[in-house]
Design a protein around this ligand. Structure first.
Ligand SMILES: [Zn+2]
Length: 297
């Protein structure tokens, strides 16, 4: 069976060896323990490549591997990180070429492919649910808001930067654009909006009927429903997964109701939301599956 290595770069770097849509052996995580300041934020792009190379070496355990798939936040085209609002230092970096050149020994010659991080989450969900023949879309909610699509296809797909409001005061998005979904739902934007509260406290206060927080949580749901409605109006109905470290506050019933207020044409009915817990394994499997598909065709 072909062995592939999957790499997920989000708040940390997680790497695992994958065979037949399953992780084999232990994952390698950098940094090993969560740190309050994200060490990847301040690491130069070359340092990130070196870190990935060491981890790939470790999980490959001296075995030959066919391909390495990487999920990385931002606009990825032709193996190059064209832009990455959460990793400014990687803008314009040829990640695929740099890692290919860095692999040595038995790993030399392994094909490297880079994908958007949310796209690999979508592929991971499709693979683990046995639905590799369906269109899957996923929202990943973290510091940034990612939009992933499986099968991965040419294009930009920056759904997290969908404009969901014309309110000129809505300017918290990490990319600097006004009125974006990420400017509402991204954890970093929430911290800028509620300078005195952590996102967790905002959701707690909303449950305790604090008016300002409850109003904001409703805005979050309306924004996510709006961006989803736009995707349905462009590509048709289907399954939408919501994943990320802080998705417990998402109310699927409310999202469904809001979405149905926004999508009325009969051929566009029938979409569903599902919350799936975030796991590194899901992204690693997705990165491996995408790399496998991309290098066999
Ligand atoms: Zn934006």
């Amino acid at each position: 069976m072909r062995r592939t290595v999957g790499v997920l770069v989000m708040e940390h770097i997680a790497v695992g060896s994958v065979e037949g849509h399953k992780v084999v052996g232990p994952l390698s995580i950098f940094p090993e323990k969560p740190q309050s300041l994200d060490p990847l934020q301040s690491m130069p792009a070359e340092g990130i490549v070196d870190c990935i190379r060491q981890q790939v070496d470790k999980v490959a355990g001296g075995e030959k591997i066919a391909a390495v798939g990487i999920g990385f936040p931002g606009i990825i085209r032709g193996g190059v990180v064209e832009d990455s609002p959460n990793f400014h230092q990687a803008k314009g970096f040829a990640l695929q070429g740099a890692l290919s050149a860095a692999l040595s020994g038995k790993l030399a010659g392994a094909q490297v492919r880079v994908f958007n991080d949310a796209d690999v989450m979508a592929a991971g969900i499709a693979a683990t649910q046995g639905k590799l023949n369906k269109l899957m879309r996923v929202w990943t909610l973290g510091n940034g808001v990612g939009f992933g699509r499986y099968p991965s296809s040419e294009g930009i797909w920056e759904g997290g930067h969908s404009v969901v409001t014309l309110d000129a005061k809505e300017n918290f998005c990490g990319c600097g654009g006004r009125g974006h979904l990420e400017g509402i739902l991204g954890l970093r934007s929430m911290r800028l909006r509620f300078l005195d509260l952590e996102p967790e406290e905002v959701f707690e206060n909303a449950r305790a009927a604090d008016a300002r927080c409850a109003e904001f949580v409703m805005l979050c749901h309306r924004a996510l429903a709006a961006a989803t409605a736009t995707s349905i109006h462009m590509e048709g109905p289907g399954m939408f997964f919501v994943t990320g470290p802080d998705v417990r506050f998402i109310d699927i019933g409310l999202l469904d109701r809001l979405l149905h207020e926004m999508v009325k044409m009969s051929p566009l009915q029938g979409s569903r939301f599902e919350v799936v817990p975030t796991s590194d394994e899901m992204g690693i499997i997705g990165a491996a599956v995408n790399a496998d598909r991309a290098t066999q065709n």
